[in-house]
Write a protein that binds this ligand. Structure first.
Ligand SMILES: Nc1ncnc2c1ncn2[C@@H]1O[C@H](COP(=O)(O)OP(=O)(O)OP(=O)(O)O)[C@@H](O)[C@H]1O
Ligand SMILES: O=P(O)(O)OC[C@H]1O[C@H](OP(=O)(O)OP(=O)(O)O)[C@H](O)[C@@H]1O
Length: 226
């Protein structure tokens, strides 16, 4: 493995990616931009969270989606890939999302029980909502003049109405299959979601490797969109 002069000077560039859904779609996009993880990255038995790329010039972190944004915002990683749902939920001032990668398409929606008998009678100006996205949810309902009490869950939001935890949920929807299987219907779309290249603001200004990679991802996204 050879290392460039930049790497020798400032250490490897650190790139964070989510270990969940986006990963399979993100790897080819990264490869087109010249970022290919070392073989160990694909070994299901390997418990490492940090990997080199094939050149040895980069470090690739595989973390939870929400943590990708936090790592990049605080400069622990200079760049990463994450859904626009996560970018908007945190709204970190140090985090830029300059390129829509056109992958990980889904939407953030409100859903409630399909069966009217199961819909909470509740006060229309005060709702209880189960979600992984309390900031986006409160903001959305505030705009409608509704005070939403958000119950933060980390997964399986779709269970909440049937067990009496909350009358509604706000969660990601793609095919709608998960909602249907759990007796829920989508009532409002809050935002369309796709995966973004994210960059630490200071790193973008000061590290030429970051700016060069942003341009590579941008050119590739434009080619794909054409
Ligand atoms: N059904 C879906 N269809 C398309 N994209 C999705 C879907 N669900 C989630 N995503 C996108 O994938 C991202 C990661 O989702 P996922 O829940 O798999 O992450 P994760 O890294 O496993 O996080 P966690 O472990 O915290 O759940 C989401 O932030 C969203 O942008
Ligand atoms: O509309 P669908 O195509 O059914 O997709 C929606 C599901 O996908 C996401 O969960 P994911 O499968 O990523 O698992 P998670 O609940 O662990 O985040 C989301 O939270 C929904 O549960």
């Amino acid at each position: 493995m050879t290392q460039t002069a930049d790497t020798a000077r400032s250490g490897p560039l650190t790139f964070a990616i989510p270990k969940g859904r986006i990963l399979d779609e993100a790897l080819p996009v990264m490869a087109d931009a010249g970022i290919v993880p070392e073989a160990a990255f694909h070994d299901k038995l390997d418990r490492s969270l940090s990997f080199a790329d094939e050149t040895g010039d980069m470090r690739i972190l595989r973390v939870r989606a929400f943590d990708v944004a936090t790592f990049v915002a605080f400069g622990a990683a200079q760049m990463g890939i994450v859904g626009s749902d996560v970018v908007e939920e945190f709204d970190y001032s140090e985090l830029y999302a300059p390129v829509d990668l056109g992958i990980g398409a889904c939407r953030l929606s409100v859903a409630e029980p399909a069966d009217p008998a199961e819909q909470g009678s509740g006060n229309a100006s005060h709702l209880r909502v189960a979600t992984k996205y309390p900031n986006l949810t409160s903001r959305y309902f505030e705009k409608q003049g509704i005070q939403a009490e958000c119950i933060k869950l980390n997964g399986a939001m779709e269970l909440a109405p049937s067990i009496g935890l909350a009358g509604r949920i706000v969660d990601l929807v793609s095919t709608g299959g998960t909602l249907k299987s759990n007796g829920l219907v989508e009532t409002k779309v809050i935002m369309q979601v796709s995966a973004r290249l994210i960059v630490n603001r200071a790193a973008w200004k000061t590290d030429p490797r970051v700016a060069a990679l942003v341009e590579r991802f941008r050119a590739q996204a434009e080619r794909e969109a054409a």
